[in-house]
Design a protein around this ligand. Structure first.
Ligand code: HAM
Length: 440
């Protein structure tokens, strides 16, 4: 039986136009992170499953991880997320590294999911994280980076919003006000995490299963109906509790910055991963046909403790290439990458010109021009469709006449002007090409 030509379910082949699009997205990601002083890092594709068991949450471990036992009997997984790897790396270096530590990466991750719009089994995820920043500055800066990236793609607050919450508010409500134990607290987090994805009846059913007292149930539903941080604060005050004192500093920073145009409080955002301890957020597409999370993140104060290291508070986010591409396409912000970009198509109209054309190409490449050789003789009328496919601004012709006169003919594809230049006058050839080409 013949083998399938299709890639493994939920993964993609990146043919050149898709690869160009992906490289463009990566370039914007790197540029944005580096504008804020973040440094690139990477880690291994495989980690011991234990690393994820510690804090990544049930769903990831039980349903999504690709795991196997290696030949040395180690139980390993293909990375489903980057944060545990990063925490492991930070645990190695934090003592001798000046804080804050600002790192970014664009790893490919694998999760065993049912492939659908916005969800694949392999995706690339822009991870931006900061460790050991002064309290609240880290959260603020991470949100700034996320917004800057989106704005660099041409997006604005009519297109996306950041739904934000703080797990410490939820902790106070669950632990201090509702006095729930760890087990019920954990389950209620999962209920909140699913609350927006299910209808009212299903939500009621999930809550009823937890056998909360009627008083606790009404506090829980009151919590879910909160519309702003100030309403959250009032709910806490009503029960003799209050928001952490530095929280108002954070809100103050937000109120006086561009972020205020994007942030919306949402009690249903708690995030499925267990390591988050403070703010948690998701960037949502506002387009009704693409209401999904493009990015998720938050702060995690204690992740380093799983390595027996002291707490070094981290904040970060992961933003996936699949959801970002859907967002950019939906809002018509994605450029067309069907055609490559080259400087010159070098053609011959006489077999004897082959050597001259190869030599000329070599000299032009030495000067950093992107030159595509066409090795077989080609008629004039066939050259132009080929030039379009190769995305060049200039075509060079070497035929019998040019061979006899030791010249090359250059044709500008845009304005159709023609230049006949001596073959050995490389500087002049470059001047013509550079003077007219739109090289990026
Ligand atoms: P996450 O919410 O699991 O967070 O993933 C972050 C983003 O990655 C999602 O919003 C989505 O854009 C993308 N993503 C996740 N799974 C898939 C998938 N199966 N297919 C396509 N895209 C996907 C994390 O992974 C955290 N470790 C992020 C983080 C970094 N938190 C702090 N630092």
């Amino acid at each position: 039986m013949a083998l399938t030509k299709q890639p493994y379910k939920g993964t993609r082949d990146f043919f050149p136009s898709l690869e160009r699009q992906r490289q463009f997205i990566f370039k914007q990601m790197r540029k944005t992170a580096e504008l804020f002083g973040y440094e690139p890092y990477d880690g291994p594709l495989l980690e011991e499953v234990e690393l994820y068991k510690a804090k990544s949450g049930e769903e990831l471990i039980n349903e999504q991880i690709y795991s196997f036992t290696d030949r040395g009997n180690r139980f390993v997984a293909i990375r489903p997320e980057m944060t545990p790897t990063l925490a492991r790396m930070i645990a190695q270096i934090h003592r001798e590294t000046t804080k804050p530590i600002r790192f970014y990466a664009i790893p490919n991750l694998m999760r065993y999911e049912k492939p659908q719009k916005g969800r694949l089994r392999e995706h690339w995820q822009f991870n931006v994280d900061i460790f050991g920043a002064p309290k609240r500055q880290g959260e603020f800066e991470i949100l700034q980076v996320a917004v800057a990236l989106m704005e660099n793609f041409g997006a604005d607050n009519t297109m996306f919003e950041i739904l934000i919450n703080d797990r410490s508010i939820v902790e106070i409500i669950f632990k201090k006000i509702m006095k729930l134990d760890n087990d019920i607290t954990y389950k209620l987090y999962k209920v909140i995490d699913k609350s927006k994805k299910v209808n009212k009846e299903a939500l009621t059913e999930m809550v009823d299963k937890l056998n909360l007292s009627s008083n606790n149930k009404s506090i829980f539903y009151e919590y879910l109906s909160l519309k702003s941080f100030s309403e959250a604060s009032k709910l806490l005050n009503k029960h003799g509790e209050e928001l952490a004192s530095d929280f108002s500093d954070f809100l103050n920073l937000v109120e006086n910055s561009n972020l205020k145009n994007y942030l919306t409080y949402d009690p249903a955002i708690v995030r499925g991963l267990d390591y988050y301890t403070g703010i948690v957020f998701e960037i949502f597409d506002k387009h009704p046909e693409n209401r999904r999370a493009i990015c998720g993140g938050g702060s995690y104060a204690d992740l380093l403790k799983i390595f027996d290291e002291p707490s070094v508070p981290g904040v970060g986010f992961g933003l996936g290439d699949v959801t970002l591409t859907d967002f950019l396409t939906t809002h018509k912000l994605m450029k067309n990458f069907d055609i490559p970009s080259n400087d010159l198509l070098l053609t011959i109209q006489d077999d004897r010109a082959l050597l001259s054309s190869i030599n000329l190409a070599e000299k032009l490449r030495d000067k950093q021009l992107k030159v595509v050789n066409h090795y077989e003789t080609i008629k004039f009328n066939k050259v132009f469709p080929l030039a379009e496919k190769k995305g060049v601004n200039f075509v060079a012709f070497i035929g019998e006449n040019e061979l006899n006169n030791k010249t090359v003919q250059l044709k500008n594809m845009k304005d159709k002007t023609q230049h006949t230049l001596p073959l050995d006058n490389i500087d002049e050839i470059i001047k013509v090409i550079n003077g007219n080409s739109n090289r990026s």
